[in-house]
Design a protein around this ligand. Sequence first.
Ligand SMILES: [Zn+2]
Length: 419
Amino acid sequence: MKKGLMIILDGLGDRPSPDLEGQTALEAADTPIMDKLVSKGSCGLVDPLYPGMPVDTHTGCAALMGVAREDVKRLARGSVEATGIGLEMEPGDVVLRGNFATFDSDAVSIIDRRAGRISEGVTRLCQDLEDIVLHDGVRASVFPATHHRVVLRLRGENLSSAITNTDPGCGRAGSLMLSSQALGLADEQAVKTAKALNEFSQKAMEILANHPVNLERVSNGELPANGLLFRGAGQAFNIRNMVSYNGLKAAVVTGERTVSGLGKLSGFTVIQQPGFTGMPDTDVTGKFSAAQQALESHDLVYVHIKAPDIFSHSMDAPGKKMFLEQVDRALSDIFEEDYVIAIGADHSTDSNTGQHCGDPVPALLYSMGSRVDGETVFGETACMRGGLGRITGNGLLITMLDTMGVIANYRPFDSIFLD
Ligand SMILES: [Zn+2]
Protein backbone atom coordinates (compact mmCIF):
# COMPACT_ATOMS: atom_id res chain seq x y z
CA MET A 1 0.00 0.00 0.00
CA LYS A 2 1.24 3.47 -0.84
CA LYS A 3 1.09 6.34 1.63
CA GLY A 4 -1.07 9.36 0.94
CA LEU A 5 -0.62 13.10 1.37
CA MET A 6 -3.62 15.36 0.91
CA ILE A 7 -3.05 19.11 0.86
CA ILE A 8 -6.13 21.21 1.56
CA LEU A 9 -5.65 24.78 0.35
CA ASP A 10 -8.57 26.50 2.07
CA GLY A 11 -10.75 28.54 -0.31
CA LEU A 12 -8.48 27.67 -3.28
CA GLY A 13 -11.18 27.79 -5.99
CA ASP A 14 -11.92 31.27 -7.31
CA ARG A 15 -13.45 33.30 -10.12
CA PRO A 16 -11.53 35.34 -12.72
CA SER A 17 -10.16 38.58 -11.27
CA PRO A 18 -9.84 41.90 -13.13
CA ASP A 19 -6.69 42.46 -11.02
CA LEU A 20 -5.12 39.38 -12.68
CA GLU A 21 -6.10 40.08 -16.29
CA GLY A 22 -9.17 37.89 -16.06
CA GLN A 23 -7.43 34.87 -14.58
CA THR A 24 -8.01 33.28 -11.20
CA ALA A 25 -5.26 33.44 -8.56
CA LEU A 26 -4.38 29.78 -9.16
CA GLU A 27 -4.24 30.26 -12.93
CA ALA A 28 -2.16 33.43 -12.68
CA ALA A 29 0.25 31.92 -10.13
CA ASP A 30 3.55 30.47 -11.31
CA THR A 31 3.31 26.96 -9.84
CA PRO A 32 5.78 24.65 -11.62
CA ILE A 33 5.56 21.88 -9.01
CA MET A 34 1.77 21.67 -8.99
CA ASP A 35 1.78 21.84 -12.80
CA LYS A 36 4.22 18.93 -12.88
CA LEU A 37 1.96 16.93 -10.56
CA VAL A 38 -0.96 17.54 -12.95
CA SER A 39 1.20 16.66 -15.99
CA LYS A 40 2.11 13.32 -14.46
CA GLY A 41 -1.33 12.70 -12.95
CA SER A 42 -4.81 14.04 -13.43
CA CYS A 43 -7.01 16.92 -12.36
CA GLY A 44 -10.69 17.67 -12.02
CA LEU A 45 -13.38 19.55 -10.15
CA VAL A 46 -14.71 18.71 -6.71
CA ASP A 47 -18.14 19.58 -5.33
CA PRO A 48 -17.54 19.55 -1.56
CA LEU A 49 -21.06 18.36 -0.77
CA TYR A 50 -23.47 19.02 -3.66
CA PRO A 51 -22.97 20.86 -6.98
CA GLY A 52 -23.38 24.61 -6.63
CA MET A 53 -23.71 24.60 -2.86
CA PRO A 54 -21.40 27.02 -0.99
CA VAL A 55 -20.11 25.46 2.23
CA ASP A 56 -17.95 26.36 5.22
CA THR A 57 -14.49 25.12 6.11
CA HIS A 58 -15.77 22.50 8.55
CA THR A 59 -18.11 21.01 5.94
CA GLY A 60 -15.65 20.96 3.06
CA CYS A 61 -12.77 19.66 5.18
CA ALA A 62 -14.95 17.02 6.87
CA ALA A 63 -15.86 15.56 3.46
CA LEU A 64 -12.19 15.40 2.41
CA MET A 65 -11.18 14.00 5.79
CA GLY A 66 -13.50 11.02 5.40
CA VAL A 67 -16.67 11.96 7.25
CA ALA A 68 -19.60 10.25 5.51
CA ARG A 69 -21.75 12.77 3.65
CA GLU A 70 -24.81 12.03 5.80
CA ASP A 71 -22.77 12.90 8.89
CA VAL A 72 -21.17 15.95 7.28
CA LYS A 73 -24.65 17.41 6.97
CA ARG A 74 -25.29 16.93 10.71
CA LEU A 75 -21.90 18.21 11.77
CA ALA A 76 -22.34 21.61 13.41
CA ARG A 77 -19.58 24.13 13.89
CA GLY A 78 -20.25 24.19 17.64
CA SER A 79 -19.41 20.50 18.07
CA VAL A 80 -16.26 20.80 15.98
CA GLU A 81 -15.07 23.87 17.87
CA ALA A 82 -15.83 22.26 21.25
CA THR A 83 -13.74 19.23 20.33
CA GLY A 84 -11.02 21.54 19.03
CA ILE A 85 -10.57 23.12 22.47
CA GLY A 86 -10.77 19.72 24.20
CA LEU A 87 -14.05 20.52 25.96
CA GLU A 88 -15.50 17.78 28.09
CA MET A 89 -18.99 16.97 26.82
CA GLU A 90 -21.77 14.71 28.00
CA PRO A 91 -24.50 13.19 25.81
CA GLY A 92 -27.30 15.74 25.53
CA ASP A 93 -25.09 18.83 25.89
CA VAL A 94 -25.66 21.51 23.27
CA VAL A 95 -22.58 23.47 22.22
CA LEU A 96 -22.34 26.67 20.20
CA ARG A 97 -19.54 28.65 18.70
CA GLY A 98 -19.46 32.22 19.98
CA ASN A 99 -17.74 35.59 19.76
CA PHE A 100 -17.22 38.27 22.34
CA ALA A 101 -18.74 41.38 20.79
CA THR A 102 -19.07 45.06 21.55
CA PHE A 103 -22.55 46.49 21.99
CA ASP A 104 -23.52 50.14 22.33
CA SER A 105 -24.25 51.62 25.76
CA ASP A 106 -27.93 50.59 25.56
CA ALA A 107 -26.84 46.98 24.96
CA VAL A 108 -28.84 46.90 21.73
CA SER A 109 -26.79 47.57 18.58
CA ILE A 110 -23.60 45.73 17.70
CA ILE A 111 -20.62 48.07 17.33
CA ASP A 112 -18.04 45.32 16.64
CA ARG A 113 -18.83 41.61 16.19
CA ARG A 114 -15.37 40.70 17.51
CA ALA A 115 -14.87 43.18 20.37
CA GLY A 116 -11.75 44.58 18.68
CA ARG A 117 -10.47 40.99 18.28
CA ILE A 118 -9.89 40.88 22.04
CA SER A 119 -7.26 38.35 23.10
CA GLU A 120 -6.06 39.40 26.55
CA GLY A 121 -8.45 38.92 29.47
CA VAL A 122 -10.67 36.43 27.64
CA THR A 123 -9.96 33.66 30.16
CA ARG A 124 -10.90 36.00 33.04
CA LEU A 125 -14.12 36.99 31.29
CA CYS A 126 -14.98 33.34 30.69
CA GLN A 127 -14.34 32.42 34.33
CA ASP A 128 -17.23 34.65 35.35
CA LEU A 129 -19.48 33.07 32.74
CA GLU A 130 -19.12 29.55 34.06
CA ASP A 131 -21.95 27.46 35.44
CA ILE A 132 -24.65 30.14 35.15
CA VAL A 133 -28.00 28.74 36.26
CA LEU A 134 -30.93 29.45 33.93
CA HIS A 135 -34.64 28.57 33.92
CA ASP A 136 -35.72 24.90 33.64
CA GLY A 137 -32.50 23.75 35.34
CA VAL A 138 -30.28 24.55 32.34
CA ARG A 139 -26.68 25.48 33.15
CA ALA A 140 -24.52 27.55 30.82
CA SER A 141 -20.72 27.79 30.69
CA VAL A 142 -18.46 29.72 28.33
CA PHE A 143 -14.95 28.51 27.47
CA PRO A 144 -12.19 30.41 25.64
CA ALA A 145 -11.12 29.35 22.11
CA THR A 146 -8.87 31.55 19.90
CA HIS A 147 -8.82 35.34 20.48
CA HIS A 148 -12.41 36.65 20.65
CA ARG A 149 -13.87 33.19 19.98
CA VAL A 150 -15.49 31.06 22.63
CA VAL A 151 -17.56 27.91 23.03
CA LEU A 152 -20.84 27.94 24.97
CA ARG A 153 -22.02 24.71 26.54
CA LEU A 154 -25.68 24.37 27.58
CA ARG A 155 -26.29 21.44 29.89
CA GLY A 156 -29.68 20.20 31.04
CA GLU A 157 -32.43 17.72 30.32
CA ASN A 158 -34.10 17.50 26.91
CA LEU A 159 -32.09 20.07 25.00
CA SER A 160 -31.90 20.26 21.20
CA SER A 161 -29.48 21.79 18.73
CA ALA A 162 -32.30 22.61 16.27
CA ILE A 163 -32.15 26.34 17.08
CA THR A 164 -31.23 29.49 15.17
CA ASN A 165 -28.19 31.73 15.74
CA THR A 166 -28.11 34.93 17.76
CA ASP A 167 -25.19 36.16 15.62
CA PRO A 168 -26.51 38.21 12.67
CA GLY A 169 -23.29 37.41 10.74
CA CYS A 170 -20.80 39.67 9.03
CA GLY A 171 -23.32 42.48 8.48
CA ARG A 172 -22.68 46.16 8.90
CA ALA A 173 -22.09 47.72 12.31
CA GLY A 174 -25.32 48.73 13.94
CA SER A 175 -27.09 45.42 13.36
CA LEU A 176 -28.85 43.77 16.27
CA MET A 177 -28.39 40.54 18.14
CA LEU A 178 -31.00 38.05 16.94
CA SER A 179 -33.35 36.21 19.23
CA SER A 180 -32.77 32.46 18.95
CA GLN A 181 -35.75 30.38 17.86
CA ALA A 182 -36.58 26.76 17.24
CA LEU A 183 -35.76 25.69 13.69
CA GLY A 184 -38.44 24.46 11.32
CA LEU A 185 -41.24 22.54 12.99
CA ALA A 186 -40.76 23.76 16.54
CA ASP A 187 -40.55 21.00 19.11
CA GLU A 188 -40.60 21.48 22.85
CA GLN A 189 -36.91 20.71 23.31
CA ALA A 190 -35.79 23.25 20.72
CA VAL A 191 -38.11 25.91 22.15
CA LYS A 192 -36.63 25.29 25.61
CA THR A 193 -33.06 25.47 24.30
CA ALA A 194 -33.64 28.68 22.33
CA LYS A 195 -35.20 30.23 25.43
CA ALA A 196 -32.16 29.23 27.51
CA LEU A 197 -29.79 30.71 24.93
CA ASN A 198 -31.67 34.03 24.86
CA GLU A 199 -31.80 34.14 28.64
CA PHE A 200 -28.08 33.46 28.89
CA SER A 201 -27.24 36.11 26.28
CA GLN A 202 -29.00 38.73 28.44
CA LYS A 203 -27.42 37.50 31.68
CA ALA A 204 -23.98 37.55 30.08
CA MET A 205 -24.46 41.22 29.20
CA GLU A 206 -25.27 42.03 32.83
CA ILE A 207 -22.18 40.16 34.04
CA LEU A 208 -19.92 41.73 31.42
CA ALA A 209 -21.19 45.32 31.69
CA ASN A 210 -18.95 46.36 34.58
CA HIS A 211 -16.44 43.52 34.47
CA PRO A 212 -12.94 44.66 35.55
CA VAL A 213 -11.49 43.47 32.21
CA ASN A 214 -13.92 45.74 30.36
CA LEU A 215 -13.38 48.72 32.65
CA GLU A 216 -9.68 48.38 31.95
CA ARG A 217 -10.27 48.09 28.19
CA VAL A 218 -12.44 51.21 28.13
CA SER A 219 -9.84 53.21 30.11
CA ASN A 220 -7.23 52.08 27.53
CA GLY A 221 -9.45 53.29 24.71
CA GLU A 222 -10.26 49.71 23.60
CA LEU A 223 -13.67 48.28 22.75
CA PRO A 224 -15.27 46.46 25.70
CA ALA A 225 -16.28 42.79 25.31
CA ASN A 226 -19.72 43.50 26.76
CA GLY A 227 -21.80 40.83 25.03
CA LEU A 228 -21.71 37.51 23.20
CA LEU A 229 -23.03 36.30 19.83
CA PHE A 230 -23.63 32.61 19.14
CA ARG A 231 -24.00 30.35 16.12
CA GLY A 232 -23.69 26.76 14.89
CA ALA A 233 -25.50 24.87 17.68
CA GLY A 234 -24.52 21.22 17.72
CA GLN A 235 -24.51 18.12 19.86
CA ALA A 236 -21.92 15.44 20.41
CA PHE A 237 -22.36 12.35 18.28
CA ASN A 238 -20.13 9.60 16.93
CA ILE A 239 -19.24 10.53 13.39
CA ARG A 240 -18.51 7.78 10.88
CA ASN A 241 -15.18 8.31 9.18
CA MET A 242 -14.09 6.19 6.20
CA VAL A 243 -10.40 6.71 6.97
CA SER A 244 -10.57 5.24 10.46
CA TYR A 245 -13.21 2.72 9.29
CA ASN A 246 -10.60 1.29 6.94
CA GLY A 247 -8.13 0.95 9.78
CA LEU A 248 -5.84 3.68 8.46
CA LYS A 249 -3.64 5.72 10.73
CA ALA A 250 -4.08 9.38 9.80
CA ALA A 251 -2.68 12.73 10.91
CA VAL A 252 -3.56 16.33 10.19
CA VAL A 253 -1.11 19.25 10.19
CA THR A 254 -2.97 22.49 10.84
CA GLY A 255 -2.95 25.82 12.63
CA GLU A 256 -6.71 26.13 12.71
CA ARG A 257 -9.10 25.13 15.50
CA THR A 258 -11.92 23.98 13.26
CA VAL A 259 -9.68 21.60 11.39
CA SER A 260 -7.89 20.37 14.52
CA GLY A 261 -11.34 19.76 16.04
CA LEU A 262 -12.31 17.71 13.00
CA GLY A 263 -9.07 15.76 13.30
CA LYS A 264 -9.73 14.97 16.94
CA LEU A 265 -13.35 14.01 16.22
CA SER A 266 -12.09 11.62 13.55
CA GLY A 267 -9.42 10.06 15.76
CA PHE A 268 -6.49 11.49 13.76
CA THR A 269 -3.17 12.64 15.21
CA VAL A 270 -3.30 16.45 15.29
CA ILE A 271 0.05 18.12 14.62
CA GLN A 272 0.28 21.75 15.64
CA GLN A 273 3.30 23.99 16.17
CA PRO A 274 3.44 27.64 17.24
CA GLY A 275 4.47 28.67 13.68
CA PHE A 276 1.30 27.10 12.20
CA THR A 277 -1.01 30.09 12.48
CA GLY A 278 -3.93 29.70 10.09
CA MET A 279 -2.91 33.08 8.65
CA PRO A 280 -0.72 34.21 5.70
CA ASP A 281 2.34 34.27 8.01
CA THR A 282 2.02 30.52 8.63
CA ASP A 283 5.15 28.38 8.31
CA VAL A 284 4.34 26.56 5.05
CA THR A 285 7.72 24.83 4.80
CA GLY A 286 7.44 23.75 8.43
CA LYS A 287 4.02 22.25 7.74
CA PHE A 288 5.31 20.15 4.85
CA SER A 289 8.32 19.00 6.91
CA ALA A 290 5.98 18.01 9.74
CA ALA A 291 3.84 16.11 7.21
CA GLN A 292 6.85 14.26 5.80
CA GLN A 293 7.87 13.27 9.29
CA ALA A 294 4.32 12.13 10.12
CA LEU A 295 4.23 10.01 6.96
CA GLU A 296 6.91 7.79 8.48
CA SER A 297 4.41 6.58 11.08
CA HIS A 298 1.03 7.27 9.41
CA ASP A 299 -0.75 5.99 6.29
CA LEU A 300 -2.44 9.24 5.36
CA VAL A 301 -1.47 12.78 6.27
CA TYR A 302 -3.43 15.97 5.67
CA VAL A 303 -1.89 19.42 5.49
CA HIS A 304 -4.38 22.25 5.89
CA ILE A 305 -3.37 25.77 4.81
CA LYS A 306 -5.88 28.49 5.59
CA ALA A 307 -4.34 31.57 3.97
CA PRO A 308 -5.78 31.36 0.41
CA ASP A 309 -9.25 31.77 1.95
CA ILE A 310 -8.06 34.74 4.04
CA PHE A 311 -6.77 36.51 0.91
CA SER A 312 -10.07 35.88 -0.90
CA HIS A 313 -12.09 37.23 2.01
CA SER A 314 -9.90 40.35 1.87
CA MET A 315 -10.63 40.53 -1.90
CA ASP A 316 -6.88 40.35 -2.53
CA ALA A 317 -6.47 38.12 -5.60
CA PRO A 318 -2.83 39.21 -6.24
CA GLY A 319 -1.97 38.37 -2.60
CA LYS A 320 -3.56 34.94 -3.01
CA LYS A 321 -1.57 34.39 -6.22
CA MET A 322 1.71 35.21 -4.47
CA PHE A 323 0.85 32.97 -1.53
CA LEU A 324 0.09 30.02 -3.84
CA GLU A 325 3.52 30.54 -5.44
CA GLN A 326 5.04 30.32 -1.96
CA VAL A 327 3.18 27.05 -1.32
CA ASP A 328 4.42 25.68 -4.63
CA ARG A 329 8.05 26.45 -3.80
CA ALA A 330 7.66 24.69 -0.45
CA LEU A 331 6.36 21.57 -2.21
CA SER A 332 9.58 20.81 -4.08
CA ASP A 333 10.92 18.18 -1.64
CA ILE A 334 7.74 16.20 -1.42
CA PHE A 335 7.69 15.48 -5.13
CA GLU A 336 10.70 13.20 -4.69
CA GLU A 337 8.73 10.67 -2.62
CA ASP A 338 6.52 7.90 -3.95
CA TYR A 339 3.36 9.12 -2.23
CA VAL A 340 -0.09 9.43 -3.62
CA ILE A 341 -0.57 13.20 -3.56
CA ALA A 342 -3.89 15.00 -3.74
CA ILE A 343 -4.27 18.77 -3.70
CA GLY A 344 -7.71 20.22 -3.28
CA ALA A 345 -9.78 22.56 -1.17
CA ASP A 346 -12.72 22.69 1.17
CA HIS A 347 -14.61 25.22 -0.99
CA SER A 348 -14.21 28.09 -3.42
CA THR A 349 -13.98 31.68 -2.21
CA ASP A 350 -14.62 34.47 -4.69
CA SER A 351 -11.95 37.20 -4.42
CA ASN A 352 -14.29 39.64 -6.17
CA THR A 353 -16.99 39.47 -3.49
CA GLY A 354 -14.99 38.19 -0.51
CA GLN A 355 -17.57 35.40 -0.04
CA HIS A 356 -17.56 31.62 -0.28
CA CYS A 357 -19.25 30.48 -3.47
CA GLY A 358 -20.66 27.22 -4.82
CA ASP A 359 -18.24 26.87 -7.75
CA PRO A 360 -16.57 23.46 -7.78
CA VAL A 361 -13.03 23.32 -6.45
CA PRO A 362 -9.93 22.52 -8.54
CA ALA A 363 -8.17 19.33 -7.47
CA LEU A 364 -5.32 17.15 -8.64
CA LEU A 365 -4.30 13.58 -7.97
CA TYR A 366 -0.82 12.30 -8.60
CA SER A 367 0.79 8.93 -8.10
CA MET A 368 3.75 7.38 -9.84
CA GLY A 369 2.37 5.04 -12.48
CA SER A 370 -1.20 6.32 -12.36
CA ARG A 371 -3.28 7.43 -15.34
CA VAL A 372 -2.32 10.69 -17.02
CA ASP A 373 -5.03 12.92 -18.47
CA GLY A 374 -2.90 15.18 -20.67
CA GLU A 375 -3.52 18.40 -18.74
CA THR A 376 -0.35 20.33 -17.96
CA VAL A 377 -1.27 23.18 -15.59
CA PHE A 378 -3.17 23.35 -12.31
CA GLY A 379 -6.04 25.80 -12.65
CA GLU A 380 -9.81 26.02 -12.74
CA THR A 381 -10.02 25.92 -16.55
CA ALA A 382 -7.72 22.89 -16.96
CA CYS A 383 -9.64 21.15 -14.17
CA MET A 384 -12.87 21.50 -16.19
CA ARG A 385 -11.29 19.21 -18.80
CA GLY A 386 -9.32 16.95 -16.46
CA GLY A 387 -9.61 13.19 -16.11
CA LEU A 388 -10.91 13.17 -12.55
CA GLY A 389 -14.10 14.68 -13.93
CA ARG A 390 -16.46 16.24 -11.46
CA ILE A 391 -16.67 14.41 -8.15
CA THR A 392 -17.65 15.04 -4.53
CA GLY A 393 -15.32 15.68 -1.59
CA ASN A 394 -15.90 12.12 -0.40
CA GLY A 395 -15.30 10.97 -4.00
CA LEU A 396 -11.86 12.60 -4.18
CA LEU A 397 -10.84 10.84 -0.97
CA ILE A 398 -12.22 7.47 -2.13
CA THR A 399 -10.32 7.83 -5.42
CA MET A 400 -7.18 8.65 -3.46
CA LEU A 401 -7.61 5.67 -1.11
CA ASP A 402 -8.12 3.39 -4.10
CA THR A 403 -4.96 4.76 -5.73
CA MET A 404 -3.14 4.04 -2.46
CA GLY A 405 -4.40 0.45 -2.66
CA VAL A 406 -6.55 0.78 0.45
CA ILE A 407 -9.88 -0.38 -0.87
CA ALA A 408 -8.35 -3.51 -2.36
CA ASN A 409 -6.46 -4.44 0.78
CA TYR A 410 -8.83 -3.35 3.50
CA ARG A 411 -12.46 -3.87 4.42
CA PRO A 412 -14.88 -2.96 1.65
CA PHE A 413 -16.98 0.12 2.08
CA ASP A 414 -20.16 -0.16 3.99
CA SER A 415 -23.30 1.23 2.41
CA ILE A 416 -23.27 4.12 4.90
CA PHE A 417 -20.54 5.77 2.88
CA LEU A 418 -22.32 5.39 -0.43
CA ASP A 419 -25.43 7.52 -0.16
ZN1 LIG B 1 -13.71 31.38 4.52
